[in-house]
Design a protein around this ligand. Structure first.
Ligand code: CP
Ligand code: NVA
Length: 352
């Protein structure tokens, strides 16, 4: 977004200081409190675009919207707030969850999703980012983009006047982060103080996202990865600066045991992310000690849950036994993509 926008937040600030025992109110609030919300008109390119207060507003809204739809889908749809509006969804990498959950979220808000993927993507003919965005701005009310370099999405957001949402880059996957922290909160009723252990490729988009989200939420985040696959120093430093403000604790180690000890949440992700498939063989060898198995999971706390953003490569980063265990929450995690993104667009697309 060109220039800065500051939106007056008419909702009592104190209600969005980090609180740790959130329950969806039995009587669901209307959406009046969102008028001139603090996120209106903004971009969402990485979790550190948010303050802790912003993130709690998002997570609370996601929980309320999920409950609203579960309680009475007909009424929820009839009250859809964004009829006549549209969201462009540009996918430069494959997707199942992101595409379908965004299409459903946009439809639930009453708006029209317009998906451009692969060869029909806006950029497949080499048109410049500026020209593409100056045109898209005139058609749609928000843009969701899955791409490669973070800098590409940042440049795109610079040219677009409408809110831009990062639906995965090589470095971050902040929409997945929203769904994951929403899922953890549903399971434990809190986030602050919980320990999240991530095993595997510590240099990818999910590892960076957990560092940032955990830092904002006052959690303990332990990334266990071989030295060649650890988080980018710049991102670790930025997350650490946030952690100092919230009391979060961030640890990067090459020891899976150290990360798993006492963990409440155990997470892994593909060893070769999209765009890195050519490195598959060398990554298999380096990352094998970080596979999540029933035996390694047993080192976590007794009430620990397992998450994976999916798609999983069963038998590589995680075994079938863990994927299908009672403690696995992978499918509700995938469902929560839709609720979290619905909340995100509800807030970002509101007139400032
Ligand atoms: N987790 C996730 O983003 O899945 P897709 O790649 O299928 O969208
Ligand atoms: N790290 C994975 C996440 C897929 C949703 C990838 O980028 O391929």
């Amino acid at each position: 977004m060109q220039g800065n926008q500051s939106a007056e937040n008419s909702f009592p600030e104190a209600d969005y200081l980090p609180e740790h025992d959130y329950q969806v109110p039995a009587s669901l609030p209307g959406r009046d409190y969102l008028v001139s919300n603090r996120l209106a008109g903004r971009d969402y390119l990485r979790m550190l675009d948010l303050t802790p207060e912003d993130l709690f507003l998002l997570l609370d809204t996601a929980a309320i919207e999920k409950a609203r739809w579960q309680a009475d889908p007909d009424t929820a749809q009839s009250q859809a707030p964004y009829r006549g509006r549209a969201v462009g969804i540009i996918l430069e990498k494959p997707s199942l969850r992101t595409r379908v959950s965004f299409e459903r979220a946009v439809s639930r808000l009453g708006a029209q999703p317009i998906v451009m993927s692969d060869t029909s993507s806006a950029f497949s003919r080499g048109e410049s980012l500026k020209d593409t965005m100056m045109v898209m701005d005139r058609y749609v009310d928000a843009i969701v983009i899955r791409s490669f370099a973070q800098s590409r999405v940042e440049e795109l957001a610079f040219w677009a006047e409408v809110p831009v949402v990062n639906a995965l880059t090589d470095d971050f996957h902040p929409c997945q982060g929203l769904a994951d922290f929403m899922t953890i909160r549903e399971c434990f009723g809190k986030l602050s103080g919980l320990k999240l252990a991530y095993l595997g490729d510590g240099s990818n988009n999910m590892a960076h996202t957990y560092l940032e989200g955990g830092a904002l939420l006052g959690m303990q985040v332990a990334i266990a990865a071989p030295v060649d696959y650890q988080p980018k120093p710049q991102y670790l430093a930025e997350a650490s600066a946030m952690a100092k403000q919230t009391g979060a604790e961030l640890l990067v180690t090459d020891s899976p045991e150290e990360a798993l000890a006492g963990a409440d949440v155990v997470i892994t992700d593909a060893w070769a992310s999209m765009g890195f498939e050519a490195e598959h063989t060398q990554r298999m060898a380096a990352l094998a000690p970080y596979q999540v198995t029933a035996a390694s999971f047993a080192q976590a706390s007794d009430q620990a849950i397992f998450l994976h953003c999916l798609p999983a490569h069963r038998g590589e980063e995680v075994t079938d036994e863990v994927m299908d265990a009672d403690y696995s929450r992978i499918y509700v995690e995938a469902e929560n993509r839709m609720h979290a993104q619905q909340a995100l667009l509800l807030l970002l697309m509101q007139a400032g």
